[in-house]
Design a protein around this ligand. Structure first.
Ligand SMILES: NC(=O)C1=CN([C@@H]2O[C@H](COP(=O)(O)OP(=O)(O)OC[C@H]3O[C@@H](n4cnc5c(N)ncnc54)[C@H](O)[C@@H]3O)[C@@H](O)[C@H]2O)[C@@H](O)CC1
Ligand SMILES: Nc1ncnc2c1ncn2[C@@H]1O[C@H](COP(=O)(O)OP(=O)(O)O)[C@@H](O)[C@H]1O
Ligand SMILES: [K+]
Length: 526
């Protein structure tokens, strides 16, 4: 649980206050935390390569942490230099400063850090309150130009803890060691070019204190990708409705018990999108797959997905689906609609909104929904998942486009009752249903989850079509909207990360991605 909650500065302060009130001395906690930082630093930046370490010290406890780290590194044989530009310090920081000076650690001018092998950034942590200006801003700008690796303590100095906004200027870290609990600002996409590699240092905050402050309905969570993949020895115990993969199958099951998904996709212009969504759905292991496409795509899709039932639909002059033939929508466990549909297929979206089963709307399906009006979703009685990127999101929820992504996705989900999956480098998913991973069971309430690991290899046309197909397939097999959205997002992005290691970020085209989803899953869960 501690590795999954996302907190604001206020919440973090309240949790620390509980620890202090219960008897943990402030100085002891700083000693403990900074000891952990120094040990992790030694693993990431070994002394043989990073002997000379420059320490940036601010006035608060982030600076105090940095001074304890300076002292520990000094005792372990590093050449440490401290730059401490501010006149006033909090009492605990001041005493660590005096002690470091008494040991003979040099306190130097900024320019003397320029020849260091590593910089430790302890200027500001979650206490940053206002924009950084004047001399301090100049210092940060200068350090950023040196090209020396920077390890930031808690957050890169200058990043707002809650919003991730750059407060005038911010350190561009190579590595950030987030202390105790994940800070909200680290998940804003705009901070990704500042934080470098991010990891959390656990300093044994008692879980009951975290629960006491956050309550039973905490809103913001970080997905732990490891929890999505089930080890093969666990499969028989699995719960098919959780977000764990692979989905367990009863030994006596038959194809109609493993879900029937209807995909409604494609147009003459966007035939590939239909295929990519189909391949994503196929990889999900769904028992039956029916694919409705414009007549002219029928044979192409059949040749590539011979196991599917293909329904050729009458088409408009420009090759969009004009209407669905008489289909009984009751017989499907889920429908996924929209990939490559084109903007001529409004009637199709109007019809599927009324379908009596869970529904995924993606791509053109979302743009058409925006033109119909988001209120149309009020008619739905079953789960709905909308999978917009930011452009589509802004069309659907124009009044939310000034909000930060986490707030925006949360509001959109509570307004509509749908699961909203806002795509991007840090996909955010908000929903109100029961979530279950391998070690966490969450009750039903409005919650927002962020996918913390992905790769820009996915930034190419068609990646999203694969994702929509996977979500549809998981929904049809009985996952709830929230579970399906989380499982599919993690599976999709982790497969891309795995492929990018083998093929570079240039080599993860959507076809390769769809074809490798299952190899990745097998590799992950052996
Ligand atoms: N209490 C503890 O012993 C622990 C503290 N921790 C560390 O303490 C940090 C938080 O410490 P603080 O609350 O002291 O906050 P910071 O160290 O982040 O800085 C706050 C200080 O900076 C000043 N300040 C804020 N914005 C400024 C600006 N724009 N320009 C100039 N000065 C500005 C404030 O007036 C205050 O003096 C965490 O990020 C973490 O590094 C953690 O190690 C956990 C344990
Ligand atoms: N920079 C990035 N880092 C990580 N993932 C990304 C990045 N850019 C895009 N993605 C992912 O790639 C997919 C793109 O989907 P989408 O924008 O719908 O494209 P398309 O409609 O062409 O398939 C989404 O899953 C998104 O989260
Ligand atoms: K910092």
């Amino acid at each position: 649980m501690l590795n999954q909650v996302i907190v604001t500065a206020d919440r973090m302060r309240a949790i620390e206050s509980l620890m202090f009130a219960a008897g943990m001395p402030v100085a002891a906690l700083m000693e403990k935390v900074a000891g952990l930082i120094a040990r992790r630093l030694a693993e990431i930046y070994p002394i043989a390569t990073y002997r000379r370490v420059g320490i940036l010290v601010g006035s608060g406890h982030n600076g105090g942490d940095a001074l304890v780290v300076a002292r520990e590194l000094w005792h372990r044989g590093r050449e440490v230099r401290v730059y401490s530009p501010l006149a006033k310090h909090k009492p605990l920081t001041r005493v660590h400063r005096c002690y470091a000076q008494s040991l003979g650690i040099p306190f130097v001018d900024l320019e003397e850090l320029k020849t260091c092998d590593l910089i430790v950034d302890g200027l500001f942590g979650f206490g940053l309150e206002r924009n950084i200006q004047g001399e301090l801003a100049g210092i940060i700008d200068k350090v950023n130009t040196w090209g020396i690796p920077i390890l930031s303590i808690d957050l890169p100095s200058g990043i707002h803890t809650d919003t991730g906004a750059v407060m005038g200027v911010a350190i561009r870290a190579t590595h950030t060691l987030c202390l105790g609990l994940w800070k909200r600002g680290l998940f804003a996409e705009s901070t990704l070019s500042y934080v470098g590699q991010v990891e959390r240092l656990d300093f044994d905050i008692p879980e009951f204190m975290v629960r006491q402050v956050l309550g039973d309905a905490h809103a913001e969570w970080r997905i732990d990708p490891k929890q999505i993949f089930r080890h093969s020895s666990q499969s028989s115990r699995g719960n098919p409705a959780s977000s764990c993969l692979p989905i367990p199958r009863a030994i006596t099951t038959h194809k109609y018990q493993v879900g029937h998904l209807l995909l409604i996709v494609g147009s003459q212009t966007y035939g590939g999108a239909a295929l990519l969504a189909s391949l994503g759905a196929k990889a999900s292991g769904v028992g039956m797959l029916t694919i409705a496409v414009p007549n002219s795509l029928r044979l192409m899709v059949l040749a590539q997905v011979p196991d599917a039932l293909i329904i050729g639909c009458p088409e408009t002059d420009r090759g969009a689906i004009a209407q669905l033939p008489e289909l009984d929508l009751h017989k499907y466990q889920a429908i996924a609609c929209g990939c490559g549909l084109s903007l001529e297929a409004k009637a199709i979206v109007e019809r599927v909104i009324k379908a009596p089963c869970p529904l995924v709307l993606d791509a053109d399906g979302l743009t058409l929904l925006a033109s119909l009006g988001i209120d149309r979703l009020k008619a739905r009685s079953q789960a709905t998942i909308l999978t917009p990127h930011w452009g589509e999101f802004s069309r659907l929820f124009p009044e939310l486009k000034l909000e930060d992504r986490l707030t925006a996705v949360q509001r959109a989900a509570s307004q509509t009752g749908a699961t909203i999956l806002l795509k991007g480098a840090r996909t955010a998913i908000s929903f109100c249903d029961r979530l279950a991973t391998s070690s966490l069971e969450m009750p039903e309430y409005q919650q927002t989850w962020v996918n913390p690991e992905s790769t820009p290899a996915l930034a190419r046309g068609g990646s999203g079509d694969v994702l929509a197909g996977v979500i549809g397939g998981l929904l049809a097999q009985g996952m709830t909207g929230g579970n399906a959205a989380i499982a599919a997002t993690v599976w999709h992005s982790q497969t891309a990360i795995w492929l990018a290691k083998q093929r570079t970020e240039m080599g993860v085209d959507p076809l390769i991605l769809a074809q490798n989803l299952l190899s990745f899953l097998a590799h992950k869960t052996v």
